[in-house]
Design a protein around this ligand. Structure first.
Ligand SMILES: NC(=O)c1ccc[n+]([C@@H]2O[C@H](COP(=O)([O-])OP(=O)(O)OC[C@H]3O[C@@H](n4cnc5c(N)ncnc54)[C@H](O)[C@@H]3O)[C@@H](O)[C@H]2O)c1
Length: 358
């Protein structure tokens, strides 16, 4: 098992990464406070792991709040239902919420924890690769509104994250691969060795080798930890984690969030952003091709589909909420493993990068 510290002063916490951790409570039970506990999970994850977590908690008898599955459940209605559940169960400020699931459960549970009685403790048990390498660490919590995703939320750090890579064996193939795209992203922006490792280990990656996953999840969490420690509230460097996201968000939005998983759209977006970086003379030619080859070996999409027009994509990119007013802020690469926050790309250069990614 690896232990990574997220260094945020009084809000610091450990992330534990290992195999079969849910079955080995001796590693984490001592870190769970002896207070009333409420597990948040969903109908997909509950039959797989809820009993295991409850028995690992020994005689602790937590309450359980089980949501239907899906991104649509990260809603205001469910947020309100969750608060009413806590009220009905008499949950006080001393309690601790446990999020067992992917990013949807983690984000919603985290936002409930952030706002219930002005903030109570919560612990993440992420069960998707995306949640283990990204969503469970860093303290962003949110719910969606009909007007847009993650529009309401808070920064609220968990007090512990337990990432059991054995839970990844039951993930759908596409969900697993979408998570790999996020791992590759850390390599692209901060860690060329990680890209090299993934290139060498394609077969082991494709069979979800536990030892390799412990290594990749740990390295990813270390990267996220270091970015978050430098910039908890995304004033600057944390934005580099959005590499591939401006193009990716536009692709997701124009396909109504139904054709691509987020990680798949980010995979295409990373290729487009690398093409733009090459064109701008920022990184060596061949960088985009190298990333695209690895993404393809991991069965991820790397091209922008023909039915999405360049004009529409550009327009959507202008609407990206991460842009500082008036400019298109993009994360580009100065080299593989070195990200750069850019606001100088001209529309025709972005157009050319989109066309290169067809
Ligand atoms: N807070 C952050 O910093 C942050 C970062 C990235 C993404 N997010 C959010 O995370 C969400 C996406 O997270 P996600 O990709 O984990 O989606 P998700 O939570 O919907 O999980 C994906 C699917 O896998 C299922 N699942 C979860 N664990 C499983 C397991 N072990 N075995 C089988 N099935 C399992 C889920 O029920 C769901 O159907 C989005 O809402 C996004 O906004 C948040």
């Amino acid at each position: 098992m690896n232990r990574i510290e997220i260094a945020l002063g009084q809000r610091s916490y450990p992330v534990l990464v290992g195999a079969s951790l849910l079955h080995q409570p001796s590693h984490w039970l001592p870190l769970i406070p002896e207070v009333p506990l409420v597990i948040f999970t969903n109908e997909r994850v509950a039959p797989l792991y809820l009993d295991t977590l409850v028995s690992a908690l020994g005689g602790r008898q937590p309450h359980t709040f089980i949501l239907p599955d899906g991104e649509a459940e990260k809603s205001f209605d469910n947020y309100q239902r969750a608060l009413e559940f806590l009220a009905q169960k008499g949950i006080r400020r001393d309690a601790c919420l446990l999020a067992l699931g992917g990013g949807v459960i983690g984000d919603l549970c985290g936002f409930v924890a952030a706002s219930w009685m002005r903030g109570i403790r919560f612990i993440q048990f992420p069960t998707t690769l995306l949640a283990q390498v990204d969503a469970s660490v860093g303290g962003k919590t949110a719910i969606n509104l009909p007007a847009g995703k993650n529009l309401v939320g808070a920064f609220h750090q968990p007090s512990l994250v337990v990432a059991d890579v054995s839970t990844l064996t039951t993930l759908d193939e596409r969900e697993y691969r979408a998570g790999l795209a996020e791992v590759l992203k850390y390599g692209a922006i901060r860690d060329p060795e990680l890209i090299g490792l993934m290139e060498q280990q394609v077969t082991a990656l494709n069979r979800r080798d536990a030892a390799l996953l412990i290594d990749l999840v740990s390295r990813s969490v270390e990267h996220k930890a270091s970015v978050v420690a430098d910039d908890e509230r995304e004033a600057g460097i944390r934005a580099t984690l959005n590499f591939g996201h401006s193009f990716g968000h536009a692709i997701e939005a124009l396909t109504d969030y139904t054709r691509y998983l987020h990680g798949e759209a980010v995979a295409i977006g990373m290729v487009a952003a690398s093409h733009l970086s090459e064109q701008r003379g920022l990184c060596t030619p061949g960088t985009a091709a190298r990333l695209a080859k690895l993404l393809q070996q991991l069965d991820l999409p790397v091209t922008i589909p023909a039915d999405l027009s360049t004009d529409h994509l550009l327009e959507r990119m202008g609407l990206d909420k991460k842009n500082v007013t008036g400019t298109r802020r993009l994360i580009l690469l100065e080299a593989l493993g070195q990200a750069y926050i850019d606001s100088d790309s001209r529309d025709e250069q972005i157009r050319r990068a989109i066309d290169h990614t067809r």
